[in-house]
Design a protein around this ligand. Structure first.
Ligand SMILES: Cc1cc2nc3c(=O)[nH]c(=O)nc-3n(C[C@H](O)[C@H](O)[C@H](O)COP(=O)(O)OP(=O)(O)OC[C@H]3O[C@@H](n4cnc5c(N)ncnc54)[C@H](O)[C@@H]3O)c2cc1C
Length: 338
């Protein structure tokens, strides 16, 4: 083995790629701008990744005790509009716990993880960019917080509102993660978790906000992110990118973390060939790009076509009417975004 792989970004894509490369004996260094453990804006339910992918990456044990989440209830502005069961259970685990475990896994396997090491986005042979969504002027804000004692009506709840949506997922230690994606409203009042409360109430989800107010908030878990766009991130053709840094699927799918793992797994063979000197860097990079586009094209197109339906009043009317008639094709729609 000759080439060391350097990864910019120690989220799920970067860390799982590093673990998978170490399993193949490839030298790897991950540079992470932040440090572990830390909370991240994320719905914290993982849906649609095959166990074989996790095994290939050497990270299946990190998810072994994740909660199995099966039942789902959809609400629109407080009204229950649909209930269903996922064909395969989703996994519920906090990013606080998962990212730390993955970092430890990389280190146990002999990889290097450098924390508080912010990299500049620059192409170079052997460099994989896994630093997540591209910061840019965007129309979204993501907010999340953990609650104790928040009684759930199903393992997963989805709440549609006039300004976005919020998902509730059970994670470890009796916590419920509440995570919302909203259109930015610069006039919105509130700080910390108060902002989440304000966005929910403004979108007609006051009943959910009331349930949250009656539960015990872990204020340290609150986090927010803004300044991003969904879809292809346009990191530049000269960069080798995986995970959200390549494409960010709309969060309602609950598939972004699975895509991060899947894109890492797709990159393993080409990177191994480059590292052994059997493939030049340009060809390795082109193959990683091609494999991701082929694997993710359909679900990205479907998710981006469905997303506006959730965000437009007319779209929500249609969803509610179809659901009321018992005709919502929940499983076929789910399989389209997997
Ligand atoms: C509101 C919301 C809800 C979501 N809900 C879900 C859900 O329920 N289920 C699901 O599967 N997905 C969900 N997602 C998507 C999911 O969070 C992402 O798809 C997933 O985190 C992508 O992993 P990643 O490793 O590519 O990026 P990230 O997890 O974002 O990791 C990128 C890492 O790179 C680091 N970094 C950034 N810049 C630099 C730099 N310059 N140098 C070094 N390091 C850097 C960051 O600190 C971070 O640790 C949601 C997203 C949002 C916004």
């Amino acid at each position: 083995m000759s080439g060391t792989v350097t990864i910019g970004g120690g989220g799920l894509a970067g860390l799982s790629l590093a673990a998978g490369l170490r399993l193949r004996g490839i030298a790897v260094t991950v540079h992470e701008a932040g440090s572990y453990p830390r909370h991240r804006v994320c719905g914290e339910f993982i849906s649609g990744v095959e166990r074989a992918t996790l095994v290939q990456l050497g990270i299946a044990d990190a998810l072994a005790d994740a909660l199995a989440l099966r039942s789902v209830v959809w609400f629109r502005e407080g009204r229950r509009i649909h209930e269903g069961v996922l064909p395969e259970p989703a996994m519920g685990i906090s990013r606080h716990r998962l990212d730390l475990r993955l970092k430890e896994r990389v280190m146990d396997l002999g990889g290097t993880v450098v924390e508080r090491s912010r990299q500049v986005r620059e192409p170079a042979d052997g460099v994989v960019w896994a630093a997540g969504r591209l910061p840019r002027r965007g129309s979204w804000i993501g907010l999340k917080a953990h609650y104790h004692g928040l009684a759930m009506e199903a393992d997963l709840e989805m709440h549609l509102g006039a300004n976005g949506y919020a998902g509730l997922a059970q994670v470890e230690d009796g916590r419920v993660n509440v995570c919302g994606l909203f259109r930015v409203d610069r006039a919105m009042a509130g700080q910390g978790s108060g902002l989440l409360d304000s966005y929910l109430r403004a979108g007609g989800n006051g009943a959910l906000a009331g349930r949250m107010a009656a539960a015990a908030l872990d204020e340290g878990s609150f986090c927010a992110v803004a300044g991003f766009e969904l879809g292809r991130q346009q990191a530049g053709p000269e960069l080798c990118v995986i995970g959200d840094a390549e494409s960010m699927i709309p969060p309602f799918t609950g598939n972004g973390m699975s895509m991060a793992f899947q894109s890492a797994a797709l990159a393993l063979d080409p990177l191994e060939r480059w590292s052994c000197g059997r493939q030049p860097w340009d060809a390795c990079m082109a193959e990683i790009r091609k494999l991701q586009r082929r694997r993710f094209r359909r679900r990205m197109v479907a998710a981006q076509a469905l997303h506006p339906l959730l965000l437009r009043r007319g779209g929500r009317d249609v969803i509610e009417s179809i659901a009321a008639a018992g005709l919502l094709p929940f499983r076929p729609l789910l399989s389209l975004v997997r």
